[in-house]
Ligand binder design. Structure first.
Ligand SMILES: [Fe+2]
Length: 505
């Protein structure tokens, strides 16, 4: 129904623009005067507001027009925080659209004096107790070819769930955050991003060492972000759920100030469900799961999540799919009243094997409910790279699990369901998509029980942030040398054997 609406709307908009003597074009990375890298993001109240960001090659005037069906309703809305400024050789445009009507499907165009227009659609939250979203992570591509593979994964998610309220991209949009990569990302993803609202999460490849890139690629609510140098933290409500987005580039990987922000943020909502999105993963068996930055989250962030009643944490970074059982204090809780952690798999084509040398040192299999390594082939010793968890073992092989992962999450009142899928890589000569469900689980709860227990301001000044850097660094250092390093030393013999025999690190 919604897809049909999108097609009809696109035709209507194109016809209207042509009648007005204007030319239309798709996202115009091919046209020096057109708009490209367009995104419609959550920003503030998801029932009445949206953030838009787009780029032009040169300083040409462009404007956004919002449509309710055929009617141009832009003049009845508020266009706030309008920004147009040069950024890294291009021009960045941002606007916060306010005054939208809840539960309505809108169309929009980005128009310039030269007549180029880009079209898209989005739907506002209708205020009921349902929400649905698609989670993807780690496209982390450079070439257009690999971005297109990631886009194929998201497209499969949107085909399966065309009524998704938003897409959560859990970070590492690109590999090196260069203009060329973001342009390739735009070419592959613009048509998908234009069809749905986006909730972007900063990954280490989007933020570290490329200051302000992430902040300048999207129009986000940065009013409570502890710092915007290498990512943004923000939160929003959708349906009966509250979502907090963390920046795990912050002080390698989370500062005390951001933990405090999360603590206050999660206590300030009375929504039934509390969900955290972030890039790095506290629970993983992938390549990066052995380093202190990710493992530090297991000693800090998990405590905040438990204290504030977070139900689900979704992350990326380690390019494999993994779900924990319900955990509290790093232990499995049988009553299900802990926190479930989902490492969301990669939507792209760079995938990590299991580092089983970590088992017993940083993670134990009994905490895991599901695991899929999306990688095929074998190493020089004939040991398969690809395996998945079943009945506590790690040696099952399924060629249909070699591909990109998307996660489909739906919340309906007191029931949250997450289903994760692999869309199999196309081999030469193959044309049919093969989509395999790799995980499915349901959380249930009694609704209407959460009470907001915090109502104060939740902002961090630049002075407070600077003041907190030293203690944040000290905490990480104490963890690294007091906890992580002794464990790493104990693990080292097994790690060396794995490097020698399996050629993975
Ligand atoms: Fe990453």
């Amino acid at each position: 129904m919604k897809k049909a609406f999108r097609r009809v709307l696109s035709v209507l908009l194109a016809a209207a623009l042509l009648c007005g003597g204007m030319m239309t074009a798709d996202a115009s990375y091919v046209d020096d005067s057109g708009a490209f890298r367009l995104s419609c993001t959550v920003n503030g109240d998801t029932a009445t507001e949206r953030g838009f960001c787009w780029y032009t090659k040169t300083d040409v005037p462009t404007a956004i027009r919002i449509f309710d069906g055929r009617a141009d309703v832009t003049d009845s809305l508020t266009l706030a925080d309008v920004t147009a400024q040069p950024w890294e050789g291009n021009f960045m445009h941002k606007v916060l659209v306010k005054g939208l009507t809840a539960g309505k499907e809108y169309g929009y165009t980005i128009e310039g004096d030269n007549g180029v227009a880009v079209t898209g659609t989005f739907r506002t939250d209708d205020g009921d107790d349902k929400v649905s979203f698609i989670g993807i992570a780690d496209v982390q591509a450079s070439s257009l070819e690999n971005f297109l593979k990631g886009a194929r994964t998201l497209n499969a998610g949107l085909e399966m769930n065309p009524d998704a309220d938003f897409v959560a991209n859990l970070g590492d949009f690109t590999n090196d955050s260069t203009n060329e990569e973001w342009d390739n990302y735009a070419e592959a993803f613009d048509s998908l991003n234009n069809a749905v609202t986006l909730a972007p999460i900063s990954g280490n490849h989007d933020g570290l060492g490329v200051w302000h890139w992430f902040e300048n690629m999207f129009c986000l609510d940065t009013s409570e972000s502890v710092q915007n140098l290498n990512g943004v933290n923000y939160s929003f409500d959708y349906g009966n759920a509250h979502f907090a987005v963390l920046n795990t580039n912050d002080a390698l990987s989370v500062s005390l100030m951001q933990l405090k922000w999360l603590y206050n943020d999660m206590r300030s909502t009375d929504k039934d469900w509390k969900i955290v999105f972030m890039h790095k993963s506290p629970y993983t068996l992938g390549k990066d799961g052995k380093w202190p930055d990710a493992l530090y989250l297991k000693e800090t962030l998990t405590r905040v999540c438990e204290l504030t009643g977070v139900d689900l944490v979704m992350s990326g970074h380690d390019h494999q799919y993994l779900r924990t059982k319900s955990l509290k204090n790093n232990r499995v809780v049988e009553d299900g009243k802990g926190v479930t952690y989902v490492l969301s798999g990669t939507a792209g084509s760079k995938r990590y094997e299991v580092r089983d040398f970590m088992l017993g040192h940083f993670l134990t299999l009994d905490k895991l409910a599901a695991l899929t390594v999306q990688k095929g082939g074998e190493n020089d010793l004939g040991i398969p790279h690809q395996c998945y968890l079943e009945d506590g073992t790690l040696d099952h092989y399924d060629p249909n699990r070699i591909g990109g992962v998307f996660n489909n999450v739906t919340i309906d009142g007191g029931t949250l369901t997450l289903k994760s899928y692999v869309i199999k890589d196309l081999e030469e000569g193959e044309t049919e998509d093969v989509i395999t469900e790799i995980d499915s689980f349901t959380l249930t709860k009694e609704t209407g029980k959460n009470k907001a227990t915090y109502s104060g301001e939740n902002k961090t000044s630049a002075f407070e942030y600077a003041l907190g850097l030293l203690p944040s660094g000290l905490c990480l250092a104490i963890y690294t040398f007091g906890n992580w390093f002794p464990r790493f030393l104990c693990m080292l013999p097994k790690l060396i054997v794995t490097v020698v025999t399996k050629d993975i690190f």
